[in-house]
Design a protein around this ligand. Sequence first.
Ligand SMILES: NC(=O)c1ccc[n+]([C@@H]2O[C@H](COP(=O)([O-])OP(=O)(O)OC[C@H]3O[C@@H](n4cnc5c(N)ncnc54)[C@H](OP(=O)(O)O)[C@@H]3O)[C@@H](O)[C@H]2O)c1
Length: 319
Amino acid sequence: MATPPPARAGRLDVAVLGAGRVGPVLGAALRGAGHRVVGVHARSAAAAERVAALLPDVPLVTAEQTTRADLVLLAVPDDALARVVADLAAAGAWRAGQLVVHTSGRAGTSVLAPAAAAGALPLALHPAMTFTGTSLDLPRLASACFAVTAPPVLLPVAQALVHECGATPVVVAEEERPLYHAALAHGANHLVTLVAQAAEALRPALAGADGEVDGETVARVLRPLLQAALDNALASGDAALTGPVARGDAGTVAGHLAVLRERGGTGTAAVYAQAAEAALGRAAESGRLAPAAAAAVRAALGARRELGAPSGAGERSSG
Ligand SMILES: NC(=O)c1ccc[n+]([C@@H]2O[C@H](COP(=O)([O-])OP(=O)(O)OC[C@H]3O[C@@H](n4cnc5c(N)ncnc54)[C@H](OP(=O)(O)O)[C@@H]3O)[C@@H](O)[C@H]2O)c1
């Protein structure tokens, strides 16, 4: 890692509490902006290794010692955050005027109330990106948005910190944080499951006589299709839908369900049916699909239910 840039006038002493995938990376980003990282609290050997890699000259400190900094970056798991803040408040560690920042998506600033009660200035900065916990994340910050939640008077400070990390701030109201986070999880996390299921179903279809196919071939078939679907959906929303549901091709939908039940892998037919129902509802509601065509697809999906197909995630491949 390169020598840290000299701290510039007006810059902050920063301490990081929690050295998982996010903490050391954001510490390094803030240091890159000229702030001085004065300590990191890392509990495990793996956490200490991440600090050594990203912030090699920065000392490991106790949780309480982090609160001596001008800016305390709390990067602990969502479920640990409230307890960490409360424990430090009980120890009388928070100080008036210091910035307390957390990186959880679900929580706004109310989780920092015990620190704010001592006069600390609460900010919630959630990077809408996936971290590896390595220096690879640093350039990726440039294309990331951070959800920023803060008392109005502190919003400019929160936005400036995000800009300093090289990212783009997007303001999210305190009461909208749960919806914001659920939306991201639904899109990003469930996309992973959809892609994994598609790849799993595709594998036997592409396998040669020896029953083998390499992952690269599966990815090469899927990538252009999935990337175009993602780009089109982000650009045009529901209008980007193609395929048998969009065409009202009920026979194909019924055929897909039958083969996925037999050979699609764990839970794939159930997820296909649910996603097809959602796509059908949205296409019919927007008037894109004629009522007769929508009814035919609905009947194909309904027939599957009447046949007693499992609706949970417990389906297994028999192929
Ligand atoms: N990972 C992402 O891609 C991502 C993206 C955006 C936002 N976030 C958010 O950023 C926060 C941190 O996520 P992460 O991925 O960095 O988590 P992580 O990789 O699980 O790391 C969390 C770190 O916090 C430490 N920790 C846990 N409980 C603690 C406690 N009570 N006191 C002190 N340290 C404690 C853990 O210590 P040990 O090393 O001992 O386990 C670990 O080093 C979360 O709110 C997460 O939702 C994550």
